[in-house]
Design a protein around this ligand. Structure first.
Ligand SMILES: Cc1ncc(COP(=O)(O)O)c(C=O)c1O
Length: 346
């Protein structure tokens, strides 16, 4: 439980399971998934694959494992992987691509922004030169965590995919929050995954499941990823208990619009606080990224001022502070959060 009187906007990963999830977990029909015999997990994988119009899906304990399995399954040791310079895979996955796959990450600044597809040209290497690794994979991120939950639309995804294909690259999407993107754009989530070789999405963020992510792709890709999951010790037994919560989570994707409305409300309130800068154009889903430089504080000192007043937030670094709306914060909490921050500077 989130403690009473504390408004916790650090992340949507803080969401606790709903009573329906807990009931479904208690009643789940289960079997041994390593034998492929957990009916609830099989149902979750089939529903996830159908939702994103991919051939197959694999349940994994975390988004990180999903991304890393994708890299491990697409790449060979010594390959180079193109990622956005602010991507989760680069910043927050413990150099796992190097440790587990032996792949090198090559960051591209502004990959998802205007002209991103054209930028790729400077970064792709075909391995023909003995000094250089071959580039074999491009990873995208939708929504984009460190940029404050911004969305890549289907057309941009398509143009990045087309350019990557022209170099013979595979394309993976870190779609931890793909349903936030789909809701924000008013699109079918399958449109944001169309043509991509693999997609990972999380059940455990705004969708509020206690555990779990899915990796999706072709039947052959998922067969190989399943074996790699076993190699990493990720083969689970009666995981239907978790999948039951996951099935409930999939049904919660439409309520993400509420989190987005709360984020806009929060951003509008904060943009009126002296010293705080919020770029409203970046408030596209459930995150608000604000620059607190004008208040005379850096992020750590600003965060401790908030924490002293019962408001928790996070920071991607520098003078940026991030607030994330989710199921367990309501409109009243949003108004209170604005009041707390305004109170510090008035
Ligand atoms: C964009 C993105 N990708 C991947 C992950 C990793 O998910 P997990 O924490 O389940 O490993 C996160 C987690 O916040 C994320 O924001």
């Amino acid at each position: 439980m989130i403690p009473l009187n504390v408004i916790d906007l650090r992340s949507d990963t803080l969401t606790v399971p709903t009573p329906e999830m807990r009931r479904a977990m208690a009643q789940a029909e289960v079997g041994d998934d390593v034998y492929g015999e957990d009916p609830t997990l099989n149902r979750l994988e089939a529903e996830a694959a159908a939702l994103l119009k991919k051939e197959a899906a694999l349940f994994v304990p975390s988004g990180t494992m999903g991304n890393q399995l994708a890299i491990m399954t697409h790449c060979r040791r010594g390959d180079e992987v193109l990622v956005d310079a602010e991507s989760h895979i680069l910043h927050y996955e413990v150099a796992a691509a190097a440790v587990l796959t032996g792949a090198q990450l090559r960051p591209i600044p502004g990959l998802h922004g205007p002209g991103g597809a054209e930028k790729m040209v400077e970064f792709v290497r075909n391995g023909g030169d003995d000094h250089q690794p071959p580039t074999t994979l491009l990873c995208l991120e939708n929504t984009h965590n460190r940029q404050g939950g911004t969305v890549i639309d289907a057309e941009t995804t398509r143009s990045l995919l087309k350019k990557a294909r022209s170099f013979g690259l595979k394309v993976h999407l870190d779609g931890a929050r793909i349903f936030n993107a789909a809701v924000s754009l008013g699109r079918d989530p399958a449109d944001l995954a169309e043509g991509l070789d693999s997609v990972m999405f999380c059940l455990s963020k705004g969708l509020s499941a206690p555990v779990g992510s899915l990796l999706l792709g072709s039947g052959d890709f998922i067969r190989r990823a399943r074996k790699n999951r076993k190699l990493l010790g990720g083969g689970m037994r009666q995981a239907g208990v978790l999948a039951a919560a996951g099935l409930e989570a999939l049904n919660m994707r439409h309520r993400l619009a509420e989190d987005h409305a709360h984020a806009r409300l929060l951003a509008r309130g904060l943009s009126r606080v002296p010293g705080i800068a919020v770029d409203m154009e970046t408030v596209q889903t459930n995150m608000v990224l604000m620059d607190v430089q004008g208040t005379g504080h850096d992020a750590p000192s600003f965060l401790s001022l908030l924490a002293d007043r019962g408001l928790k937030a996070g920071s991607p670094g520098g003078s940026k502070v991030r607030l994330v709306t989710h199921k367990d914060v309501g409109e009243k909490d949003v108004h209170k959060a604005v009041e707390i921050i305004r109170g510090i500077f008035s």
